[in-house]
Design a protein around this ligand. Structure first.
Ligand SMILES: *[C@@H]1O[C@H](CO)[C@@H](O)[C@H](O)[C@H]1NC(C)=O
Ligand SMILES: *[C@@H]1O[C@H](CO)[C@@H](O)[C@H](O)[C@H]1NC(C)=O
Ligand SMILES: *[C@@H]1O[C@H](CO)[C@@H](O)[C@H](O)[C@H]1NC(C)=O
Ligand SMILES: *[C@@H]1O[C@H](CO)[C@@H](O)[C@H](O)[C@H]1NC(C)=O
Ligand SMILES: *[C@@H]1O[C@H](CO)[C@@H](O)[C@H](O)[C@H]1NC(C)=O
Ligand SMILES: *[C@@H]1O[C@H](CO)[C@@H](O)[C@H](O)[C@H]1NC(C)=O
Ligand SMILES: *[C@@H]1O[C@H](CO)[C@@H](O)[C@H](O)[C@H]1NC(C)=O
Ligand SMILES: *[C@@H]1O[C@H](CO)[C@@H](O)[C@H](O)[C@H]1NC(C)=O
Ligand SMILES: [Cu+2]
Length: 539
């Protein structure tokens, strides 16, 4: 029931009369879940991503679990053998050979991602297109996109046991074979179906992935990257996402002007892996950061699938982390939201989000791999054994707070980092997680990428300050896509969980916090926020 509270603002222990009152209020305040779009008829895509017409399949049906399917075992890509690689290669080759009239073809599946992710689907009489990024639909939609890609390959290979491998970039184990590099089979052979030409040359094996990149080459050593990557994932996914809305993203219902704010995981590391792989050179491919750094064409790169299977896997790990609130949202606008996909027979199928949540019923499993990020790259129980980058005595901290102004909505956050102070409520809310909430996030050009990092009690933090510092509190990482241009205006939120961070800094008892934001990347642009405040997340 937790999800209702957010929309109705009500408590549940009123007795019968109260219950009825609450139900009436829910009826009035609860919106409508996103309905299944009509593929291909709802298409109005700036990037020409529409599905082939006419539709030749069976009448659209509701998805059902298939208990006769074998359980598919998804393995770590860096550990699979040549036979497995050859099979994946053959499946993708067959998918690439499907004709343009077949919605299962490689290009059409890339376009399907483009349609959902780059605002190509308009419901009749609705002002705003459907957006599966930047909100709570992100994880379930991509889970089913992977599910049907796997089923399509299985059908083409005539092997129901076929499972997609995951690119295990979150595993920083220093021994060979390395998990935190691009799996070599995506890059070793230009004639392979798994090769893609539009990539960052610095993402080629054996170069270690930088999960804090804005694209292009890194100057950090592999050892620095291992430490940074573990700590960054820990901040984004463990301390930064203790509730369902922080992890999955903000609620999004039918009629909203797009999704209302990404979860921490979607911003980073999901987004940074896209940037790291995309080609930063704007002349070579069709656009800057194509293919992976642009949602319109990201799924043209076979590594997209390895990446998103890993995203799906990390969702399953997140649920096992300590904390009672690490659950899927329970609001009906989440559970009853619907997507339409093409199945392995090219027939249309509608999937409710509630049908995506149980992997046992979907019948796939993951190979278990080391995940040192779950404990900040430290021994369990030693998560906070990391020296502060900006240690400050009590007197220095008081002076730091005194020197910072309260946030003003006139502030334009651009090339220079900004520092401000935020007052914490005098009485702590004992049920919710304390969150630093930025509402009305607005930037000049929504079709261009934006990146920033946030730090607590570190006013001298600059663009180049490491995300490995304990003061690092979260990263905003917005992947560009042309269809976003319509979403100008202050309609989004960005949120940073404070509880564990303040404990790590030893500053949980102060009346104010000091926040520093620094943009980085090739397209820094003016950003404004309507409001910055402390809220409590009970989702
Ligand atoms: C869209 O609006 C038009 C004009 O108001 C109406 O005739 C039509 O039935 C509406 N279509 C849907 C699907 O609601
Ligand atoms: C490249 O891949 C193709 C297709 O899998 C294969 O036939 C060829 O032998 C490979 N070439 C090299 C140099 O590995
Ligand atoms: C990648 O390309 C850039 C720009 O052309 C070049 O400076 C750099 O040396 C290249 N790096 C690698 C690892 O090839
Ligand atoms: C799916 O959601 C719709 C509302 O969007 C609901 O009417 C339907 O009962 C749900 N079906 C399943 C199988 O959950
Ligand atoms: C998922 O489905 C299986 C099989 O029906 C069931 O045993 C299990 O309890 C379900 N898990 C959850 C979390 O609902
Ligand atoms: C804390 O970290 C230091 C250096 O990073 C290390 O030498 C020490 O063993 C760690 N302490 C514990 C208890 O893990
Ligand atoms: C805690 O915050 C939540 C969400 O803002 C609110 O619903 C609840 O009433 C608050 N509880 C207390 C004790 O203030
Ligand atoms: C914060 O306050 C609590 C309760 O008064 C106290 O136990 C704790 O030691 C304080 N922590 C710090 C870092 O001052
Ligand atoms: Cu996507």
């Amino acid at each position: 029931m937790a999800g209702f509270r957010e929309h109705s603002g009500c408590r549940w222990n009123f007795g019968l009369v109260g219950m009825i009152l609450v139900m009436v209020m829910v009826k009035f305040t609860s919106a409508v879940p996103i309905p299944a779009p009509d593929l291909p008829d709802n298409c109005n895509s700036e990037e020409r991503c529409c599905m082939p017409r006419p539709y030749r399949g069976k009448p659209v049906r509701q998805f059902e679990y298939d208990p006769t399917l074998p359980v598919r075992f998804r393995r770590a890509a860096h550990l699979i053998d040549e036979e497995y690689i050859a099979k994946l290669e053959r499946g993708v080759k067959l998918q690439r050979e499907l004709p343009d009239t077949d919605p299962r073809s490689w290009t059409n599946q890339m376009n399907l991602h483009c349609l959902y992710c780059d605002n190509g689907l308009y419901y009749p009489n609705q002002t705003w297109p459907l957006e599966v990024h930047n909100g709570w639909l992100f994880l379930p939609w991509h889970r089913m996109f992977m599910y049907f890609n796997e089923r399509i390959l299985a059908k083409l290979l005539d092997d129901d046991t076929f499972a997609l491998p995951f690119w295990n970039w979150d595993n920083q184990t220093p021994e060979e074979p390395h998990a935190n590099i691009l799996p070599y089979f995506y890059a070793r052979n230009k004639t392979s179906s798994l090769w893609n030409k539009n990539r960052n040359n610095c993402s080629e094996p054996p170069l270690t992935i930088d999960l804090n990149t804005e694209g292009g080459c890194t100057t950090k050593t592999p050892e620095e990257l291992r430490i940074q990557n573990n700590r960054l994932i820990y901040t984004q996914i463990v301390t930064g996402a203790p509730t369902s809305n922080l992890f999955f993203g903000m609620p999004y219902s039918y009629g909203d002007a797009g999704a209302t704010g990404a979860g921490t995981f979607e911003d980073n590391p999901h987004g940074t892996v896209h940037f790291w792989l995309g080609d930063p050179n704007p002349e070579k491919p069709a656009g800057p950061f194509d293919d992976m750094g642009n949602f319109g064409v990201a799924a043209r790169d076979p590594a997209f699938y390895g990446h998103h299977v890993n995203i799906d896997r990390i969702w399953t790990i997140w649920k096992t982390l300590p904390g009672a609130q690490r659950k899927e949202p329970t609001h009906p606008d989440f559970l009853d939201a619907q997507f339409t996909f093409y199945d392995e027979n090219a027939d249309l199928v509608i999937v409710n989000v509630s049908q995506t949540l149980n992997r046992t019923l979907l019948r796939y499993e993951y190979e278990e791999m080391p995940a040192a990020w779950t404990t900040n790259g430290e021994l369990a129980g030693q998560e906070n054994n990391v020296t502060l980058c900006n240690p400050a005595t009590a007197a220095e901290t008081t002076a730091m707070i005194g020197a910072a102004d309260y946030f003003s909505p006139d502030t334009v956050f651009f090339k220079d980092p900004i520092t401000f102070r935020v007052a914490r409520p005098a009485v702590r809310n004992s049920t919710g997680v304390e969150v630093l909430e930025f509402s009305g996030v607005d930037f000049a050009e929504p079709s261009m990428q934006v990146h920033w990092r946030s730090y607590l009690f570190y006013p001298t933090a600059v663009t180049g300050t490491s995300a490995a510092c304990p003061e690092f509190a979260g990263a905003y990482n917005y992947v560009a896509h042309p269809g976003m241009a319509i979403f100008k205006g202050r309609n989004r939120k960005w949120r940073v969980a404070l509880d564990s961070k303040l404990v790590a800094l030893g500053k949980q008892n102060l009346s104010d916090i000091v926040v520093t934001l620094a943009q980085f990347g090739p397209t820094i642009q003016p950003v404004q926020f309507a409001k910055v405040e402390i809220t409590y997340d009970t989702s």
